[in-house]
Design a protein around this ligand. Structure first.
Ligand code: GLN
Length: 240
C-alpha cells in the first residue's frame, strides 16, 4: 500500500509551519509500514491531480494569496474534479479561503477556485489566538491557533467543528471551517495535524479507502505525548 501526498505551493503558502501537516501525514503512514511519496508543486507548476491521494494547501498572507489566486485559476477544473471525486484535501487559512468564490480585502479581491460556494471578507480587527473545537472527525477536542482578518460565510455547509473557545469562521457564528466530501478547510494554522492525530488519521483513512476501495483499519500508534499536549491545552483553554 502506498499514498501520494501533494504539497501545493509550499513556496507561497507556508505560514506558521504548515509543512508540519505534510510531515505528520507521511510519518504516520511510515510508522504503520505504509508507503508514501511527497510531490511538491510550486507556483507555476502544472498540478497533476490524477496521481494524488491527498493534497495539502497551506496558509498565506494577503500578498501570497493574491499571487496564488492567479496560478490557481489554471488549476480550477482539475482541482474541482479532484474534490468532487472524493480526493482528500486539507486547506488551511489562506488556502481555505481560496477554495471559495472570493477573498475580499480593503485593497483587493482575489477570485477563488469556486470549489465551495463560500466567500470571505476581510475586516481590520484580526481574529487571533488559541482555539478549541468539537469536531465530528475527532473524539478528542481539536486544539489549534488562528490568526486571520478574513470572515468566512459557509452558508449551509457543515463546519469542520463547533467552536468551544476562540472565533472560527466569524465572530459569534460558533462554527469553524468546513467539512465537505473528503475536504477539510480550516483556520487552524499549522501544524494542526501533529497536535490532533485523530484528524490526521481521519484524512489518511479516507485516502486509503478511496484508493483501495475498502475501509482499512489503521494500526493504533503510541500517541501518549500528543494526547497529553492536547489535554493540557484543552484544560488551559477551558480553565479547568
Ligand atoms: N490573509 C488571510 C487573512 O488574514 C489569511 C491569513 C492566514 O493564512 N493566516 O484572513
Amino acid at each position: 500500500m502506498k499514498l501520494t501526498i501533494g504539497h501545493l505551493y509550499p513556496d507561497l503558502l507556508n505560514l506558521y509551519g504548515d509543512v508540519g501537516n505534510v510531515q505528520c501525514l507521511a510519518k504516520r503512514l511510515i510508522w504503520r509500514g505504509i508507503g508514501v511519496e511527497i510531490r511538491r508543486f510550486f507556483a507555476g507548476d502544472k498540478i497533476d491531480f490524477s496521481v494524488l491521494d491527498l493534497a495539502v494547501l497551506g496558509g498565506g498572507s494577503d500578498r501570497e494569496q493574491g499571487l496564488c489566486g492567479r496560478y490557481l485559476k489554471k488549476e480550477r477544473e482539475g482541482f474541482r474534479d479532484y474534490v468532487e471525486d472524493g480526493g482528500v484535501l486539507l486547506a488551511v487559512c489562506g488556502g481555505y479561503q481560496l477554495l471559495g468564490a472570493y477573498y475580499k480585502t480593503a485593497k483587493m479581491t482575489v477570485e477563488g477556485l469556486h470549489i465551495l460556494d463560500i466567500h470571505t471578507e476581510w475586516e481590520p480587527a484580526r481574529l487571533t489566538g488559541n482555539i478549541l473545537l468539537k469536531s465530528p472527525v475527532s473524539n478528542s477536542p481539536v486544539v489549534g491557533f488562528e490568526n486571520h482578518g478574513g470572515r468566512t460565510c459557509i452558508g449551509s455547509y457543515a463546519p469542520f467543528g463547533s467552536v468551544i473557545c476562540g472565533y472560527g469562521n466569524e465572530e459569534g457564528a460558533g462554527q469553524e471551517g468546513v467539512l465537505y466530501r473528503n475536504l477539510i478547510g480550516t483556520y487552524l494554522h499549522g501544524p494542526l495535524l501533529p497536535k490532533n492525530p485523530e484528524v490526521c488519521d481521519f484524512l489518511l483513512s479516507r485516502a486509503l479507502e478511496r484508493k483501495y476501495g475498502t475501509q482499512i483499519a489503521l494500526n493504533p500508534l503510541r500517541d501518549e505525548a500528543e494526547r497529553q499536549a492536547n489535554r493540557y491545552m484543552a484544560r488551559r483553554l477551558l480553565r479547568v
